[in-house]
Write a protein that binds this ligand. Structure first.
Ligand code: PMP
Length: 436
């Protein structure tokens, strides 16, 4: 196989090569200030940078083919509709869905989970159990709590090991209660841990549960195959996979999706409207009321094309190589606590070791400097133009479990390189010198 030309990949991201305008003392944005360094962007898990092809695709749509979809008889609208629907096909094959009718465009993962949890309301009753990943993002917790409020269902967290991985034995114990729904993260955003979802979903199905997987942190790093996973629903955001903000996907098995009550009603989603009664249209339109985010859908299509243009094995090896280099370099420093690493050898609160799966991290790694506040670390790194995320990472239950007020998270993307990690480690050494 040919060498993976990483520089050529990175060169496609203008913000990483042309400069950013946020640097101190360079408010005119020409990035010509003395001694200023390009941003060291290690916050991809929050949002990824965008390749030129995504920016170009959206600009081209507005410049040359802007029209509303699904409406007019004119050619421009027909072309916009064709391009929009072509992306639905692209998404379906990207995650290996059985049909493009199983792909619903949403504003992102949050909006997808809200659409799903609202849409399930009529199927839930008092006492129904919803099992939720104890390390989940708030977007995969709060909508289930709201569903529980509406229906009398009960949300139960799936317990975690001492290091914040899912406790498989605790999960199995909860499955005995025959939950109505199991909601998991594919990859956790705070720690970057990969859940053994294939196994866990199979067990959930055996227990008779519906299944949902939050793939927001997975799609950019792992090959996602919803047919192989056999989950009922899966959601992700465009902006974390090199696409634009404001666009995401709710995937559902056709017969499950078809049962959802539409959260939004109005134009585009109906079959007939009359003051004596209205009928809804068919999937996918039934769940896409109003004018959709057309340019963003086009941008998402370009992001998928970008990802498909790269050799998956090369990308995966590159990213895993960087992550293990990062972990190794962090381990060499004193005064650092790392979180979310495999604790299968640990005699934790989770019971026998035989059921504890191996887990690896992808994309993100969380840490603290012992005894120091994560926000101070973040600010001091930012002063060196090194961008990491410090906080509770929208996973307050996980932070509580780990007995942390918060932590710092380094996260990488396809454009990240060894120089980014070196610059971060050197920057962190300076932070330690200042703080410790
Ligand atoms: N779930 C996970 C695991 C996430 O990482 C995020 C984004 N931080 C979300 C859900 C919410 O995604 P969005 O903000 O794009 O709706």
């Amino acid at each position: 196989s040919t060498e993976f030309d990483h520089n050529a990949v990175r060169a496609q991201f203008p913000l990483l090569t042309l400069g950013n305008t946020q640097q101190d003392g360079d408010s005119d944005g020409d990035n010509s200030g003395q001694g200023e360094q390009q941003v060291c962007y290690l916050d991809t898990a929050a949002t990824s940078q965008k390749p030129q092809c995504v920016i170009d695709a959206m600009t081209a749509y507005y410049q040359r083919s802007n029209a509303n979809v699904h409406r007019a008889a004119h050619q421009l609208s027909a072309a916009a509709t064709r391009d929009y629907e072509a992306v639905r096909e692209q998404v379906a094959s990207f995650i290996n869905a059985a049909s493009s009718r199983e792909i619903i465009f949403t504003q992102g993962t949050t909006s997808a989970i809200n659409m799903l949890s609202y849409g399930l309301t009529e199927q839930f009753a008092k006492g129904d159990v919803i099992l939720v990943d104890g390390a989940a993002h708030h977007a995969n917790i709060v909508p289930w709590q709201e569903l529980a409020k509406r229906t009398g269902a009960i949300v139960k967290p799936i317990p975690l090991t001492n290091n914040g991985l899912i406790c498989q034995q605790g999960y199995q114990t909860l499955l005995v209660q025959k939950p109505k729904l199991v909601a998991l993260a594919h990859v956790t955003n705070a720690l970057g841990t990969i859940n053994p979802v294939a196994d866990m979903l199979a067990q959930a199905q055996q227990a008779g549960a519906m299944t949902f997987v939050d793939g927001a942190q997975a799609v950019a790093h792992l090959t996602v195959d919803v047919s192989a996973l056999n989950c009922d629903f899966y959601a992700f955001s465009g902006h974390k996979m090199y696409g634009p903000t404001g666009i995401g996907v709710l995937y559902g098995k056709f017969e499950q999706l078809d049962k959802l009550t539409p959260m939004l009603t109005g134009g585009e989603m109906i079959k007939t409207v009359s003051f004596s009664g209205t009928t809804f249209g068919e999937l996918p339109n039934r769940l896409e009321a109003g004018t959709p985010a057309i340019a963003e859908v086009i941008g998402l299509g370009a992001a998928i094309e970008f990802l498909n243009s790269l050799d998956k094995t090369h990308v995966s090896n590159h990213e895993r190589g960087l992550m293990s280099y990062l972990q190794q370099q962090l381990s060499l420093l004193e005064d650092i606590n790392l979180y979310g690493l495999d604790d299968s050898s640990e005699d934790g609160s989770c019971g026998t070791q035989s059921v504890q799966p191996q887990s690896t991290n992808v994309g993100a790694l969380a840490f603290n400097i012992k005894g120091e506040h994560h926000q101070d670390v973040g600010i001091l790194l930012d002063q060196q133009n090194i961008a990491v995320r410090c906080g509770h990472h929208c996973a307050m239950p996980l932070m509580e479990h780990l007995a942390l007020a918060g932590c710092c998270r380094v996260s990488i993307g396809v454009y990240s390189n060894k120089a980014d990690i070196d610059r971060f480690i050197n920057g962190l050494k300076e932070v330690i010198d200042i703080l410790v």
